[in-house]
Structures are given as structure tokens and as C-alpha cells.
Design a protein around this ligand. Structure first.
Ligand code: C2E
Ligand code: MG
Ligand code: MG
Ligand code: MG
Length: 289
């Protein structure tokens, strides 16, 4: 009775919080069965180089639940993290993205890199490096065609372990990107000690271009930093021609965003690959990074 009253009190004072908690528990319950009933798919969003050519696809997880409809990864990924479901889900994503890459490769389509998001919990698993190596060999995919996107959150957790794991992946040729760069709290001194290949500038900075004083200097500074560390740099969330012109003017050669390509199902990505001319598949080519 008292417990019930306590609940009601919470509900009374913070109805929105309670609704959010309810939604969360429904999402978690539905997520538990999602892998088994094949409710996940991957969409692919192209990345473009300075010449406007597609140089990579980022695999983005999509979930359509029979009850809830389509749920955004921004909502369900954190729930999956907390519920301990991200490890099997993440393993499915990695395998599916590499399987898809291999299928396109077998079809003789131009080879472009595949970028896959990896959650901190997934990366923290002791068997993570082995699982990546296993998936690559299962699909006959060259390691340098895979880029793992990790957030700054992970970078600050345990620098020693993180660096060692990243190095093990880099030694095999797998590329590492720091996703949403600038949105977290990673110290530059940490970043410099990690064998990353790419910085992805957080979308928020690109959105601010032309609106917020100093935004272009920040994007320019991150680009210069990346280049000083000999890293590739990708501007995320490029939506307008003006933003594209500006980031390129600031020296950022790689872009990803709705302007040049929206995420879409495998068929859409395949159609994009079919349009690429004069860029034959190059199995076994060395990492030019
Ligand atoms: P992210 O890795 O930073 O992925 C980029 C997000 O920005 C994607 O959202 C993409 O659809 C969106 N985006 C791309 N271009 C534009 C643009 O021009 N404008 C705007 N407004 N948005 C753009 P999405 O697919 O909803 O994914 C959100 C986040 O969920 C991802 O951010 C990533 O952190 C996470 N996520 C998605 N798939 C996976 C996955 O397989 N594993 C893990 N661990 N996380 C994932
Ligand atoms: Mg990403
Ligand atoms: Mg990002
Ligand atoms: Mg993000």
C-alpha cells in the first residue's frame, strides 16, 4: 500500500519521467526477442571523398518491432547497452555488415570500405578482437576494408586497455574511427596515444556552421588537428550545399550527410555502387591510409 502510494507520488510529481521509464521497459522487453525474430536490418549511408566519390558506407542499425513500429537507434541502443543486449546485437551487426560487403564483392561491385559502429560494452569484451578477426575471415573480407567507429566515451574509460586493443586491430589492418568527435570529453593527450585512423566531426558542429559564431573556426581547428596527427577527417551531417562548400574549404576532405546520401537499405547502396565507374574491385590491395 505504501509502496503503491510512493509510486503514485512519483507519478504525480514527475509524470513525464514515469512515462519515459515505462517506454524504456517496453522497449527493453521487445528488444529481448528482436534478434531471434529477425526484426533488425541494416541501412547503409555513403561517405564521400573530396572528388564526390563514394569511399565508404556506414552500417546503421534499424529496428522495426511489430508492436512499437520503427524505433530509432538513438532510443534503443542505450536501452540495449543497459540491458546487456548490445553484445549479441552488436555481433549481429558486425557479421551482417561484413556479410553484405562480401556479397557485393562477389558480385564484382567496386570495393568501398564498410564502417560499423561498436558500443563501448562490445569493445570491452575480452574476445572482441578475436571476434572481429573471425568475422573477417569467415567472409573473406580484407581487414583494411573495415572501419570500426568508437565514441570518445570509450576512449576515456581505460586508456591502456583501449590502446592495446586498438593496436591489435590496427596490426591486422582494421581501421578505427572516433565517432562524434568533439561531443565527448576525451583529452587530446589520450587521443594522440591511440592508433586511430579517422576523426568524425560531430554533426552538431556542422549544423552550427553559418549560424553560430566560431563554428567554422572549430571545424577548421579539428580538421587541422586531424591532419597534424595524420588522420582522415569526416564531417558528419552535411545537409546543405553551403555546409559542404564550407567544410571542404576548411580542408575537411571526407563528408557524410543527407545532402550527398541518405541511409538506405542494401538495395539502395548496391544501386549506388553500380553507378560508380572506373573503380574496379581491388582485393588484397594494401592499406593506403
Ligand atoms: P552515428 O554513428 O553518429 O551515425 C550517424 C547518425 O546521423 C545516423 O543516425 C544517421 O542517420 C544520421 N545522419 C547522417 N547524416 C545526417 C544528416 O545530414 N542530418 C541528420 N540530421 N542526421 C544525419 P541513426 O541511424 O539514427 O543512428 C544514431 C546513432 O545510433 C548512431 O550515430 C550510432 O551512435 C548509433 N547506432 C546506429 N547503429 C548502430 C549500431 O549498429 N551499433 C551501435 N553500437 N550503435 C549504432
Ligand atoms: Mg557512427
Ligand atoms: Mg557520428
Ligand atoms: Mg552519434
Amino acid at each position: 500500500e505504501a509502496k503503491q502510494r510512493g509510486k503514485n507520488t512519483v507519478q504525480f510529481y514527475a509524470p513525464s519521467m514515469n512515462l519515459a521509464a515505462q517506454r524504456r521497459s517496453v522497449v527493453e522487453r521487445r528488444l529481448r526477442g528482436a534478434l531471434d525474430c529477425g526484426a533488425f536490418t541494416l541501412h547503409y549511408q555513403p561517405q564521400h571523398d573530396a572528388a564526390g566519390d563514394v569511399c565508404a558506407f556506414e552500417a546503421l542499425l534499424r529496428w522495426t518491432d511489430p508492436e512499437l513500429g520503427a524505433v530509432s537507434p538513438a532510443e534503443f541502443i542505450p536501452v540495449a547497452e543497459d540491458a546487456g543486449l548490445i553484445v549479441p546485437i552488436g555481433a549481429w551487426v558486425l557479421n551482417e555488415a561484413c556479410r553484405q560487403w562480401a556479397q557485393w564483392h562477389r558480385e564484382g561491385l567496386p570495393s568501398v570500405r564498410m564502417a560499423v559502429n561498436v558500443s563501448p560494452t562490445q569493445f570491452a569484451r575480452e574476445d572482441f578482437v578475436a571476434s572481429v578477426v573471425d568475422i573477417l575471415s569467415r567472409h573473406g573480407m580484407a581487414a583494411w576494408q573495415l572501419e570500426l567507429e568508437l565514441t570518445e566515451q570509450l576512449v576515456v574509460q581505460d586508456i591502456q586497455t583501449t590502446a592495446a586493443k586498438m593496436q591489435a586491430l590496427r596490426d591486422r589492418g582494421v581501421r578505427i574511427a572516433v565517432d562524434d568527435f568533439g561531443s565527448g570529453h576525451s583529452a587530446l593527450s589520450y587521443l594522440m596515444r591511440l592508433p586511430v585512423s579517422t576523426l568524425k566531426i560531430d554533426r552538431a558542429f556542422i549544423r552550427d556552421l553559418g549560424h553560430v559564431d566560431g563554428a567554422s573556426r572549430v571545424v577548421g581547428a579539428i580538421t587541422a588537428l586531424a591532419h597534424a596527427l595524420e588522420l582522415d577527417v569526416v564531417a558528419e551531417g552535411v545537409e546543405t550545399a553551403e555546409q559542404l562548400r564550407e567544410v571542404r574549404g576548411l580542408g575537411c576532405e571526407f563528408t557524410q550527410g543527407y545532402l550527398l546520401g541518405r541511409p538506405g537499405p542494401a538495395d539502395q547502396a548496391r544501386a549506388t555502387l553500380l553507378r560508380i565507374d572506373g573503380r574496379p574491385a581491388v582485393p588484397g590491395a594494401p592499406d593506403r591510409q
